[in-house]
Ligand binder design. Structure first.
Ligand SMILES: Cc1cc2nc3c(=O)[nH]c(=O)nc-3n(C[C@H](O)[C@H](O)[C@H](O)COP(=O)(O)OP(=O)(O)OC[C@H]3O[C@@H](n4cnc5c(N)ncnc54)[C@H](O)[C@@H]3O)c2cc1C
Ligand code: FES
Length: 347
């Protein structure tokens, strides 16, 4: 089927970009290098709101939680859910920090294999039809046959080789089986090797900063393991970062949820530069924990272990919203400069 391309004009500026009628305004803008603010890309956070001034558009997901009734009444839309039906004029405040380092591309990808990490977390490997360049810590959108809307998954493999950002054909995702979740059920129960999905990426601002001369703290919870493992793999393979130390904290609910250390231990010089700490929040007091494990929440461990020395660290985190909010509050209370803190919330 042929695609119509429409011109999207940013009001009050000389910026415009083309958007296909089967693309969304946010993703098309980023493909053109325009710094359209966003975070989740899946209709949940509301960071990609804009105002429609002229033209007609439709929404991929009219009930998306990122948009309120008040927004709808004010002619606002979500960039990640809005598709043009013709040329549009929109009001949007761009912000340079959202300018893509690698412009996102859409490609078909073939499912290669999966392997289990824990009882509810597995790694899924895909081969993309065209090479996709990404930075460690970024995510992609995966559109599966018969599922409404794409799902965002962070890459767990490395986005750079020998310090150069290279485009590769592989993408690995570590996905948690969500009870009642359609996307995760499809990945876990229905995909067979050779099955095709559409992948669109890379997206996300919580990528590894290789030029920063600070030690690194990674905090992961649940499937937040994926981007933190990618950050670790990137950092330990980057010649620019050979003097950096890494502290890696994994917050798990129960003992059977603990994971990640085996992936980190294979990294070059992990034993001299890396340190892994598991923190368990949901085991009863009477259950003994293995040597070295801590009881509690990841954010409390971060505060107790590092205190104000966090102000000298580059901090990355990913995982459940509650963990993210608690950790962010801890970092703010400890006066950590926010430009040293990088995260994309999982919705
Ligand atoms: C930036 C980011 C990175 C993420 N990285 C990971 C990761 O590495 N590993 C991981 O396991 N999870 C990750 N997630 C969460 C993941 O994207 C899914 O939300 C989660 O796996 C549940 O999906 P599900 O299909 O199983 O559940 P469902 O309940 O079926 O779907 C939940 C999600 O699907 C989307 N959705 C639902 N209905 C529609 C619709 N009609 N149209 C469009 N969209 C719809 C919404 O975003 C919703 O949050 C990430 C999320 C974000 C935002
Ligand atoms: S709602 Fe569009 S980026 Fe989150």
């Amino acid at each position: 089927m042929s695609q119509a391309i429409h011109l999207i004009q940013l009001a009050g500026s000389d910026q415009s970009f083309p958007c296909a009628d089967n693309d969304t305004l946010l993703r098309a803008a980023l493909r053109s290098g325009i710094a359209f603010p966003y975070e989740c890309n899946v209709g949940s956070c509301g960071n990609c709101k804009f105002e429609l001034l002229e033209g007609v558009m439709s929404s991929c997901w009219p009930e998306a939680p990122g948009l309120s009734d008040k927004d709808r009444a004010r002619n606002r839309g979500l960039g990640c859910q809005s598709k043009p039906s013709g040329p549009l004029q929109i009001k949007l405040r761009t912000s340079e920090k959202y300018a893509p380092q690698h412009r996102p591309v859409r490609t078909m990808a073939s499912f290669v294999s999966s392997k289990s990490i824990t009882h509810d977390l597995s790694e899924f490997k895909f081969e993309t039809a065209v090479p996709v360049a990404f930075l460690s810590g970024q995510y992609a959108l995966v559109q599966m046959a018969g599922i409404a809307g794409p799902r965002a998954y962070s890459m767990s493999n490395v986005g750079l080789i020998n310090g150069h950002h290279q485009a590769g054909h592989w993408m690995e995702f570590q996905v948690r089986r969500v009870p009642g979740g359609q996307g995760s059920a499809h990945l876990f129960d229905q995909l067979a090797p050779g099955d095709q999905v559409e992948i669109d990426g890379p997206y996300g601002m919580a990528y590894l900063r290789e030029d920063v001369e600070r030690d690194i703290l990674c905090v992961a919870g649940g499937s937040g393991l994926a981007p933190m493992v990618s950050i670790a793999r990137g950092a330990f393979n980057s010649p620019k970062m050979s003097a950096r130390k890494m502290h890696f904290i994994y917050g798990a609910r129960t003992l059977q949820d603990v994971c990640g250390l085996d992936m980190l231990q294979t990294l070059p010089n992990w034993s001299s530069r890396g340190n892994y700490q598991a923190v368990i929040s949901g085991e009863p007091e009477e259950t003994p924990l293995p040597n070295g494990y801590l009881r509690g929440f990841a954010h409390d461990t971060v505060a107790q272990t590092f205190g104000e020395t966090l102000q000298q660290m580059e901090i990355y985190f990913a995982g459940p919203a509650l963990m993210g909010q608690s950790l962010l509050k801890t970092l703010i209370d400890l006066k950590v400069p926010m430009d040293q803190v990088h995260f994309d919330q999982f919705y």
